[in-house]
Design a protein around this ligand. Structure first.
Ligand code: AMP
Length: 221
């Protein structure tokens, strides 16, 4: 099973991908998480990656091609995976299509998560993450049990360096400029399943998860 999660930064792709990963027992591959691990090291590539993340800009395609190829070739991907944060450009869409074709595989579902912009900003500035196991919390809607500590591994929670109001605006711009085209591309091919998550309208991520699973199980019937 190969699932692609699309949607603007802060829309909840990470949280939803984690739930789907547990449900289908396939790995959650977040290019953002992989890049943050690279950025935390201390070599020339790490510094370059960190500078793009800090600007809220997309990391160049040559780095992304290598990174995604290596990750998709790891042994845990044998029964599929959930791609979160990749593809983000038409170049990456084409790269993924070629890669899957060469390996005789295909995408089973492409999910587009949507949330109103004001809610995205509010969610991002209230987001804290675990630097050890990548669990995601929200100080308003999904607090950790013990303040400041991860429920899963007890590590001290942190805010991502790109989760500030200014950087969110830059990331949303980058999303509109570069990623919106791929939403249109998949939509025109009739392959996109759109799901709204909106706390204010009572559309919770639990309901969204149910409708995604329903879609996946019924789409080929
Ligand atoms: P995310 O955790 O998905 O919000 O990603 C955090 C940051 O990592 C983004 O703002 C980009 O700088 C970088 N990034 C993640 N995925 C990609 C990608 N597919 N292509 C280029 N840059 C990416």
């Amino acid at each position: 099973m190969i699932i692609v999660m699309l949607g603007a930064p802060g829309v909840g792709k990470g949280t939803m991908s984690k739930s789907l990963s547990e449900y289908y027992e396939i790995p959650h591959i977040s290019t953002g998480d992989i890049l943050r691990e690279i950025a935390a090291k201390n070599d020339p590539t790490s510094k370059k990656v960190k500078s793009y993340i800090d600007m809220g800009s997309l990391v160049p395609e040559d780095i992304m091609d290598d990174l995604i190829t290596k990750r998709l070739e790891e042994s845990d991907t044998i029964n599929g995976y959930i791609l979160d944060g990749f593809p983000r450009t038409m170049t990456q869409v084409k790269f993924l299509e070629n890669y899957l074709e060469k390996n005789n595989k295909k995408i089973d579902a492409i999910i587009n998560l949507e949330t109103p912009k004001e809610e995205i900003i509010d969610r991002i500035i209230n987001r804290v993450v675990c630097p050890n196991c990548n669990a995601i919390y929200n100080l308003k809607y999904n607090k950790p049990i013990v303040e400041g500590h991860c429920d899963v591994c007890d590590t001290k929670l942190v805010s991502r360096s790109d989760d500030t109001k200014e950087k969110v605006e830059a990331r949303l711009k980058e999303y509109e400029n570069k990623t919106y085209d791929i939403i249109k591309y998949y939509k025109d091919k009739g392959e996109l399943f759109k799901v709204l998550i909106c706390d204010i309208a009572g559309k919770t991520s639990k309901e969204a998860l149910k409708s995604i699973i329903w879609y996946i199980e019924n789409k080929n019937k």
